[in-house]
Structure formats: C-alpha cells, structure tokens
Design a protein around this ligand. Structure first.
Ligand code: ZN
Length: 278
C-alpha cells in the first residue's frame, strides 16, 4: 500500500491516480494525513479489503509530507561506514541521534531556500512509526513501522560545525522534505536492503543501499525505544551514505538553481529546486 498527503488530504496511491480516503470511507476515516497513524491497524485492514472508488489524478507537486505533524522527529548521524570515513570520524559504537524540528518538514517537491553558501545534501531513508514502541527488541521492531519514504536531511555545515548540537543546522525552513508517498514494508522486496540515489542537476552524487547501515532500521528503533516512547506518526531519518558535499575536495555546496533529485528505485522520487533564501 502507498499513501500520500495530497493538498492536505489523505489519499491511497493506485497506479497513476489516487483515492481520497475520507470520501471513499464516507467519513469513517478523517482526511487528515497526520491522524491516520493512530488508527493504522484498522485503516490497513480497510484498504486491504479492496477499494472500488474512482481514481483522481495526481500532480506530484501538490504532495505534502506523508507524516506532516509527527510528535517527534529523530535523525541518525554517522550511520553508513563510507560516510563515517569521508567525515573523518571513528566507527561509532553507540548510535548518534539528533532531531530536526517539525517546522523544517515539507513535501517532496518543495523549493529549498538557501540561507547561506554552505548548505549540503543528505539523501536518506525515512521511517514512519505506526504502533507505539517502548523497549521493543530489534526482532519485532518492523512490526511498529507504518512504512518508509524518502527524505533529505539538508544541513547548514557552518552552523553544524559551530556547535556540538546539530539540530538547528538541520532545521532551516524546507530542510526536511519527505515523500513522495509512504510505502508499506510488505511492498518491499527486502525492507533492509533498499537502494537510494541522489543526483544534482542530473549528476549522481550519492548511491547506496540501506543494507550498508551501521545501525539498521530494526536496531535504530530498538535503541531509540529504550529511551523514548515512539508514537504513531513519528518520523526517523536513518542517516546518509557517502557523497555529501562537505566530504569532497574541495567541498561542494548547493547553489541557487541547483535541482536535487532523490530516489529509491521502483518506489518513487522527489526533487527540490534551490532558491535564494534570506
Ligand atoms: Zn543525516
């Protein structure tokens, strides 16, 4: 199943079209994309029983974040060994976690206003939680996941370097696009081995597989849930692979007019155009 947030309304994506959830369910389910994760079990049963409504057309530029109002956003740093190496860091024995504040979330095709000349890209797999998770073990962690989507963890590197805390550097407006839709794990051949690619103006800059993570998704959820309760709709950015701008010699950052395209083969893609910021 694929669900999306189209102009603020929850839809099920079918082929090239979408089915409006609130209308098709006669109001049984709300149109609010943020609230569906609280009723995830009931909702997936309803969708899997078969939807016979007419499809409406979909313009991807009208898509918002699949989980638009998470209670919590987690992001994992240094989670691919090739990225750890390019950053000149030691292989982590404990997980590095920061947050992106909710105000940075946008849809998959939002413009990216550049606040400076040192904004970098980080293509990432993003996980959305469905079932509350508290002290779960890695073996059952995927049972708590609604699905996966794409994300960019855009980062202002000068601000990031100036502090031991990353969260502000990662939370300028539009620094957290996700989408285009949420894909449930049953649609994935292997949820622990997803290929992600990022290109700028058509040139591939990042290529990796989630099987190369230092802490795989199940381990991230197990470790986070030992400390925090994870709630339905919570969003986890799971880390980026090598090929970010700051790891290059000389470093390369985003410029006005650049087009950053992020994709998961077979699952969808998103694209952000860099525009002048403040
Ligand atoms: Zn990141």
């Amino acid at each position: 199943m694929r669900i999306a947030n189209l102009l603020g309304r929850l839809v099920v994506v079918k082929g090239d079209g979408v089915i409006d959830v609130e209308k098709t369910s006669d109001g049984h389910f709300s149109s609010d994309a943020a609230s569906i994760f609280d009723r995830w079990g009931e909702f997936t049963e309803w969708v899997n029983a078969g939807l016979s409504a007419d499809r409406e057309s979909l313009d991807v530029h009208d898509l918002g974040a699949p989980s638009p109002a998470p209670r919590q956003i987690f992001a994992v740093g240094a989670n691919y060994s090739d990225h750890v190496a390019e950053a000149g860091l030691k292989m982590p024995s404990t997980i590095t976690v920061f947050t992106k504040f909710q105000s940075c979330l946008t849809g998959p095709y939002a413009d990216l206003p550049l606040p400076s000349a040192s904004v970098d890209w980080e293509a990432e797999l993003v996980v959305v939680i469905a079932r509350e998770a508290r002290n779960v073990d890695a073996g059952s962690a995927w049972d708590h996941v609604a699905g996966v989507t794409l994300g960019q963890d855009y980062s202002e590197r000068a601000v990031q370097k100036s502090s031991s805390q990353f969260s502000l550097a990662k939370s300028y407006p539009a620094f957290g696009p996700t989408g285009p839709w949420l894909v449930t794990a049953d649609e994935l051949e292997d949820p622990d081995d997803i290929a992600i690619e990022c290109s700028i103006n058509g040139e591939i800059v990042q290529e990796g597989r989630t099987s190369e993570m230092v802490f795989p998704v199940r381990e991230i959820i197990a470790r986070l849930s030992k400390t925090c309760t994870l709630f339905p709709g919570d969003v986890i950015f799971t880390g980026t692979m090598a090929g970010v701008g700051i790891g290059r010699k000389p470093p390369r950052f985003l410029a006005v007019g650049d087009e950053v395209t992020t994709c998961i083969k077979g699952l969808g893609s998103m694209s952000n155009r860099c525009v002048a910021g403040r």
